[in-house]
Design a protein around this ligand. Structure first.
Ligand code: NCD
Length: 320
């Protein structure tokens, strides 16, 4: 197995063989989860702390379930009521937690780069559960696993990522991962919602949804991230749905067997028509949630192996 990383901070730092290792292991966990087969010995004796400085439903829940299925002691820090509210800095909070000797720290933070900074200050393995607009590596891995299971491969596919790309860490991590695995990535959205420097991403850019979806294998929709907007990025939600919302008519431009994805939470009637989201023949949104648990089990398993190996080597070094 090839997985050298000490932390999972982003897709940017992962090599294709590390991505494949993680997906292969996650695939096995997905099958065992379906059979109800537990693996409580994998993280036995390890402590996992979840620190979410930003709201989350599925990511936090799935990290918690993943840790518990592997036998870790899981603690959720209530960041709303923690000392952060009293003005303690992120670094001080991290050092305090580090002194309690956790093994896995799962962090979501509204600022891009905050999780990397924190990882430099602690001795355990850190997993980025989303930092600002920067990265959301486990989301990209679970999306990749879903695609690979649905399409039977994860290379030479044509994938359209649509909507609010500028504010999306999900888009950024997916662009990196899908590019590393040699797929053709298209970004589809209004010019105001595309990030600056998009021409350097190695992707094709479309402002017309029907053109952008032409013959793609995968349609990945993104939430309109209102909380990260400070002005008029779109004329109105109605107009946005008319031009960029996924409905049956626009989806008809994609391949007949194209799958529809969305990381959640969804704004029905804004970026996606509710009937498309619920269409079990096209939408794999529930499978994405299911794969989320398996991918987080795999990521924590691989990081814990490296952590144990590192600690073992350190202990041996001390004794010599
Ligand atoms: C995403 C996130 O928080 O970045 N959601 C998620 O993790 N499932 C996408 C979003 O909030 O739109």
């Amino acid at each position: 197995m090839t997985f050298r990383a000490q932390h999972l901070l982003g897709i940017e730092k992962l090599a294709p063989d590390e991505i494949t290792t993680c997906l292969d292991l996650a695939d096995r966990y997905a099958e065992d989860n379906r059979k109800g087969r537990a693996h409580r010995d994998v993280l036995e004796g390890l402590t996992q702390i979840n620190m979410f400085f930003e709201a989350s439903t599925r990511t936090q829940a799935s990290f918690e379930i993943a840790g518990k299925r592997l036998g870790a002691d899981v603690m959720n820090m209530a960041m709303q009521s923690s000392s952060v509210k009293k003005g303690e800095t992120l670094i001080d909070t991290a050092l305090t937690l580090n002194a309690m000797r956790p093994d896995l720290l799962v962090v979501r933070h509204p600022n891009s780069g905050a999780v990397d900074l924190l990882a430099q200050k602690v001795t355990c393995a850190v997993l980025n559960a989303g930092d600002g607009r920067h990265e959301h590596p486990t989301q990209a891995l679970l999306d990749a696993l879903t695609i690979r299971r649905e399409k039977g491969r994860l290379h030479r596919l044509s994938i359209a990522i649509c909507g609010d790309i500028a504010h999306s860490r999900v888009a950024r991590s997916n662009i990196l991962l899908l590019g590393k695995m040699e797929n053709r990535v298209r970004l589809v959205g209004p010019p105001t919602l595309l990030p600056s420097g998009v021409q350097d991403f190695g992707v094709e850019v479309f402002h017309d949804m029907r053109e952008g979806l032409r013959d793609v294998d995968v349609v990945m929709m993104l939430r309109l991230q209102r909380e990260r907007m400070d002005g008029g990025f779109i004329p109105s939600e109605r107009e946005y749905f008319h031009r960029y919302g996924l409905d049956a008519e626009k989806l008809a431009c994609a391949r007949d067997d194209a799958i529809v994805m969305h990381p959640g939470p969804m704004n029905r009637g804004v970026e996606i028509d509710g009937t498309i989201a619920d269409d079990i023949n096209r939408s794999v949104i529930q499978e994405q949630v299911e794969m989320g648990v398996a991918v987080r089990m795999a990521a924590m398993d691989l990081l814990a192996r490296n952590l144990r190996a590192r600690r073992g080597a350190e202990a041996a070094g001390v004794m010599v």
